[in-house]
Design a protein around this ligand. Structure first.
Ligand code: SF4
Length: 326
């Protein structure tokens, strides 16, 4: 570890002032402290925002649900409204990490967590995400866990958050507060694919912090669920995952949203799958037909070609689990 300054502001205004001076926000610390130990991250000042009043889970002004950025993963997963209306969120959170981590980690931090690419965490390896222009050791290295969707010549790392996949399927919005005031962005706009600048992972301006995420109102008939496929049953990141959100009324799929994790550089909406489902009648045949296009556009690397087929099977299984066997 190396020397750094630490401050714990008493209120949001003081936190923003410290952030505007270049301080790095920290709350649960479950990602950032690890990265500091490995010297991947070297912030000069940590601004501890864990005392700010951003923990509530409450009905949003326009309907739907607003989740404070500092709400703990475990509290959100257990929240009665989340469990009944948005089981995809509860399931994604519970499959994310150990109970100890879920008791510490926050919703905002979960979205902001950094990739598990081993080369990113090895400061002796070339990594454009850690240092722009230095190269990407994963391209010719061992890339079994890397992305097949949304990749670039500069970076092929997956986004690690299960929660973000569930929120992407629910069309969630991220609320931000900074020196210039409040703003809101769709999660899909907030998280950035790597392109030529993989070190720029999100549209967060200097000094801004996440204050919450908002799930828009959905019909009562909404069904949802999350499936995570990994090498072992716990304490592991996804090889593939599927968040499925279906609105089925009168035996017709009125609306379908499907997002995938473990395969994309950002949470990946499977729009081709959604198009196959919308307006159709649920059936086992439909689930298989829709899942067959889940990996359209995928670009495999040397060691991760299996992910395309695994993704199709993951999506089909979760469509059947949420939509029912018919
Ligand atoms: Fe770095 Fe991305 Fe390459 Fe991993 S895949 S080494 S994070 S540039």
């Amino acid at each position: 570890m190396y020397p750094f300054a630490y401050t714990k502001p008493a209120d949001t205004r003081a936190a923003l002032a410290a952030g505007a001076r270049g301080g790095r926000y920290i709350a649960g610390g479950t990602t950032l402290v690890d990265l500091m130990r490995e010297t991947v991250e070297r912030p000069g000042t940590l601004v501890d925002i864990s005392g700010l009043p951003l923990r509530d889970v409450q009905a949003a002004a326009r309907g739907g649900l607003r989740i404070g950025a500092l709400a703990r993963m475990s509290d959100v997963a257990a929240h009665p409204r989340v469990r009944t209306a948005y089981p995809v969120v509860s399931q994604a959170l519970e499959l994310s990490a150990s109970a100890q981590l879920r008791n510490m980690a926050t919703i905002g931090g979960n979205i902001m967590q950094r990739t598990r690419c081993t080369y990113f965490r090895d400061v002796t390896a070339a990594c454009n995400k850690r240092q722009r222009g230095s190269g990407c050791a994963a391209l010719e290295g061992y890339n079994r866990s890397h992305a097949i969707l949304g990749t670039s010549e500069a970076c092929v790392a997956t986004h690690p958050s299960d929660l973000a996949v569930a929120l992407a399927a629910l069309d969630a919005t991220v609320h931000l507060l900074g020196p210039d005031g409040e703003r809101s962005l769709a999660l899909a706009e907030f998280l950035l694919p790597p392109g030529d600048t993989p070190d720029r992972e999100h549209d967060l301006r200097p000094g801004e912090l996440i204050t919450g995420v908002e799930i828009p109102p959905h019909p009562q008939s909404l069904r949802s669920g999350y499936l995570k496929v990994r090498d072992r049953q716990s304490y592991e990141f996804a090889l593939t995952s599927a968040a499925v959100v279906l609105n089925i009324t009168g035996d017709v799929i009125r609306d379908a949203r499907v997002a995938a994790g473990g395969v994309g550089t950002v949470p990946w909406r499977l729009t081709a799958v959604e198009r196959r489902l919308a307006g159709a009648r649920p059936s086992d045949q439909l689930w298989a037909q829709a899942a067959a296009v889940a990996a359209d556009g995928a670009r495999a690397l040397r060691h991760n070609g299996f992910k395309a087929e695994l993704l199709k099977r993951t999506v089909e299984r979760q469509l059947r689990a949420v939509g029912g066997t018919r």
